[in-house]
Design a binder for this molecule. Sequence first.
Ligand SMILES: NC(=O)c1ccc[n+]([C@@H]2O[C@H](COP(=O)([O-])OP(=O)(O)OC[C@H]3O[C@@H](n4cnc5c(N)ncnc54)[C@H](OP(=O)(O)O)[C@@H]3O)[C@@H](O)[C@H]2O)c1
Length: 287
Amino acid sequence: MPRKRKTSRSSSPRKRKGSTRRSRGALNGARRERRSALITGASSGIGLELARKFAAEGYDLIVTADNGKKLRDAARQIRTEHPDTGITLVVADLAEPDGARALHRQVKAARLNPDVLVNNAGAGVWGDFPKTDLEDELDIIQLNTASVVAITKLFVPAMIKRRSGKILFTASVASLAPTPLLTVYGATKAFVYSFSQALGDELDGTGVTVTALLPGATDTNFFKRAGAEHTQTAQGDLADPERVAHDAYDTLMKGHDHVITPTSERLMAVVSRFMPDRMVAHQNRIE
Ligand SMILES: NC(=O)c1ccc[n+]([C@@H]2O[C@H](COP(=O)([O-])OP(=O)(O)OC[C@H]3O[C@@H](n4cnc5c(N)ncnc54)[C@H](OP(=O)(O)O)[C@@H]3O)[C@@H](O)[C@H]2O)c1
């Protein structure tokens, strides 16, 4: 299961609508000149590796996730590795309909304008569709798609106004080939990829570039969290999240529209185009 359900969608006692913490370094005047990257899902896996990469490249960070403790631990790790990095922490639950707005409010309240937006937070629910929990899957749809649209809608106007910005979407190879047993998840990633490519076309000429990251199965908390850690996919050859993040960073900086990583996944993506969709789906069963 992706996370424990809350009894109420609107008033969780364990969390405010969003909370912001900024490291001392971020308040330093000199640092205001530095470029900054807002990364969702930065507390673990691919998002954490992206945050480490951006810090290594001299960016200040706005990192966000749902679990405050995990996020603070991740920020501590980055700060130890890159003491000059200004890091702002925003706790926001992006499976909640108001999560994206709460995130945007907190970032604006801290007077921050990210140069780079990384829409990375995401999760899946594994199992036979008739038996999986509907509420969990509606949360996944909110987290993986609706919040991604909302965050982009809220942050992109400032980038267009500055005529400068970069947006990275963490899609998946599942964007290109359906994933039975992670059925809803695969559909959300198809949405993300389609959205990113259409938006990239719309923003052409504005100074804002859009890049989609399509990782294959990667060694993160994803499978455990989805309840899929026992599957052959999860127990097979998994990509290194650091490598995935570095490929994503390089592609984003070049302004290219997408990257499939690791490279071993690229051939399969090409072959799939020439196969019937149902056959591709069957081959892709996550079991
Ligand atoms: N691992 C793979 O095989 C793979 C392959 C292709 C694409 N992807 C995509 O890569 C992205 C990152 O996943 P990962 O593999 O790095 O898994 P991960 O280690 O589980 O990281 C997921 C991140 O998303 C955050 N997140 C989850 N639910 C959230 C919520 N409700 N609100 C806010 N943040 C939330 C998590 O923070 P909290 O712990 O605080 O919730 C965490 O930082 C996802 O979009 C995933 O779909 C993964």
